[in-house]
Design a protein around this ligand. Sequence first.
Ligand code: MTE
Length: 300
Amino acid sequence: MAYRWESDLTDDDVTPLSSFINRRQIMAGMAGMGLGAIAGPVGAAAGLDPNTWEEITSYNNFYEFGTSKQDPAKYAHQMTTSPWKVTIDGMVDRPGEYSFSDIMSKMKIEKRIYRFRCVETWSMVVPWNGFELADLLNMVGVKSGAKYVSFETLLRPSEMPGTRYNVLAWPYVEGLRLDEAMNPLTIMATGIYNKPIPNQNGAPLRLVVPWKYGYKSIKSIVKITLTDIQPPTSWGRYSTNEYGFYSNVNPEVNHPRWSQASEKRIGGGLLARKMPTLMFNGYEKEVAAMYKGMDLGKYH
Ligand code: MTE
């Protein structure tokens, strides 16, 4: 399988899972023996070692199911994901309700191995399966004059115990500028490790915007609206100065309450406790041009 991004790995790095785990255990062992200094090249490669299925699916943020990292894995199975419909409306040529199976029959599913950086300073590397959001938007036809895309998550309190609490205003909403939505790195993920995406990770389809903090990557999407005004976001409503609309990963712009200069790779052991955070999460070449001339501190 050919990969389109320099930052992607080969199939060998993803499968089989067991060899990956062994490799990492060896690295952890080296660190334990004080051999970290000679692990330079290995450590560098570790920057894109995919996390395990277990890590990716048991340490989650999906506040509709509770605020602890374990709640989504515990409760998200209660969410009914079939049948599933996505309403696509606003400034589009062909608005309507599109069934998930209809969308899947028309989209080209690819594998993308991306860094994933949460604003809370933990990170993972996830081998997603999915399709480019641009392909879906082109399918429905974006009207000229549209400038933003807004997204909404399912809100079904009977299946989502966390929505009893007003930690966030429900439903969870997010938004992108149209050029960001059309960027080829932006995908709608429908799988992980070639398996359907589990509920706790946002089944049956969720956004993945790898150069932005994880909260932009909204899960279990039921509505997509094309608009000419900047849409509200759930975390922006919670605290505008802490969670800006852009939320591009940026080691030089700190969260008001903590530094964003480094991150902890989940499951990475001692070698990965304070990895330097990369500008645009390592996707600078692919995305920096979209923000040319913008003050990234102001438009954080
Ligand atoms: N989407 C919804 N609907 N609800 C959420 O609470 N959490 C966000 C994002 N998408 C969230 C969401 C945050 S803060 C992160 S870091 C990622 O999902 C976590 O994705 P993961 O659990 O697949 O790692």
